[in-house]
Design a protein around this ligand. Structure first.
Ligand SMILES: Cc1ncc(COP(=O)(O)O)c(C=O)c1O
Ligand SMILES: [Zn+2]
Length: 373
């Protein structure tokens, strides 16, 4: 039987309980044994639910799916290096967050919960709102006042109640924590079911590469929901004997908000308190990542590293990707700027990176930051 597991005090909880946090205050993980029956996987349609036996939703009738996942893995050249890019803006809500939302809200539905709250820099809120709409679950989404207007419109289009909070992303998180004592918190940062959705990123890469793992993954990192999902996914594949090793995980942060980068450089176990500056990369502007310790452990365990990118580098990469046929939001462009830095110091490696969010969500912000007419 699956269990919630607290990595801090080691308590175990039944997964039929509507909880999202341990009594000791820590976030929870999941004890779950996945299976990878390749013939069955190949017999299913091109969605992330083809890895059904590796996703911890016990009953099929609880699954809420909009045909999400199995996104293209496209080979693109950067300065003479071939890199594989997972095109994860091709999800129903325009970002990879649907990987987590389809699994988390399926779980919420299975628990019989009728209302949830969530806080977000915009994309997780859109994804949770969309899947709640599909499930007929009410939801309230808390976002910072300055969130891209496209994301605000999108959240409301799904019928969610939008709550704008004055001040920083951290202030939004504080406000929702008060509400979360009364209403179920469908949090992408706290709830392990979200990570057991984002881990399908790893399964898809494994299948699309001919059941192999790449040498390295270059991924954006704010709260680390994609990074930790990729780590869990490849770890499960390794433990099941499906791949030899977990790829090196390289995280990319904005230089204006890099608590994990500074902790990594100073060999600290926890993120370092920082003075956050403005950044175009709103999705990764997270000063206090809930699972910061876990992110640092995953990166160190895989022999990876953390890189930072400047606002100028983000802008240049966004334009460059447009000219390669991909209109992405600034947060996604930060990943590409990090990827280009990483490529400067390596010789021959199989590298997978990703485009996590669609540019249409942030057209106002993109044109405001653009120097071209
Ligand atoms: C487009 C995009 N990419 C990457 C991320 C980073 O995700 P995380 O904060 O889980 O590391 C986000 C988060 O909102 C995002 O919106
Ligand atoms: Zn605990």
């Amino acid at each position: 039987m699956d269990k919630f597991y607290c990595p801090n005090c080691k308590r175990l909880y039944c997964v039929n309980q509507a909880i999202w946090q341990c009594e000791c205050g820590s976030f929870l993980d999941l004890q779950f044994k996945p299976k990878f029956p390749i013939k069955k996987i190949l017999s299913r349609g091109p969605t992330l639910w083809r890895y059904r036996e590796a996703i911890p939703i016990s009953r099929d009738e609880h699954i809420l799916s909009m045909g999400e996942g199995f996104t293209p893995l496209e080979a693109i050249e950067f300065n003479g290096h071939q890199v594989l890019l997972k095109i994860d803006y091709l999800f129903p809500t325009g970002s990879y967050k649907d990987r987590g939302a389809t699994v988390l809200i399926s779980k919420v539905k299975g628990l019989g919960i009728k209302k949830v709250v969530e806080d977000s820099s915009g994309n997780a809120g859109s994804a949770i709102a969309a899947y709640c709409a599909k499930a007929g679950i009410k939801c309230e989404i808390y976002v910072p006042q300055a969130t891209s207007s496209g994301k605000l419109v999108q959240i409301q289009a799904y019928g969610a109640t939008l709550k704008k909070v004055e001040g920083s992303r951290e202030r939004t998180a504080e406000v929702v924590m008060e509400v979360a004592s009364k209403t179920y918190y469908a949090s992408h940062c706290w709830n392990p079911y979200f990570l057991h959705g984002t881990k399908t990123f790893a399964f898809e890469i494994w299948e699309q590469m001919g059941w192999k793992a790449p040498d390295a993954l270059v991924l954006p990192v704010g709260h680390g929901t994609l990074l930790l999902g990729a780590y869990i996914g490849f770890k499960e594949l390794k433990e099941a004997g499906m791949v030899k090793r977990i790829p090196r995980i390289v995280g990319v942060q904005s230089a204006s908000c890099a608590p994990l980068y500074h902790a990594f450089k100073r060999e600290k176990k926890e993120p370092i308190p920082i003075e956050k500056r403005e950044t175009m990369a709103e999705g990764i502007a997270i000063a206090k990542p809930v699972r910061g310790r876990q992110i640092l452990e995953a990166i160190r365990e895989t022999g990876g590293e953390i890189l930072t990118v400047t606002e100028k580098e983000i802008e240049v990469s966004m334009k460059e990707m447009g000219l390669k046929g991909h209109f992405i939001e600034p947060t996604s462009a930060a990943t590409i700027a990090g990827l280009k830095k990483y490529l400067k110091n390596i010789k021959k490696e199989v590298i997978v990176s990703t485009l996590t969010g669609m540019g249409l969500k942030a057209t106002g912000e993109i044109s405001a930051n653009s120097n071209s007419p």
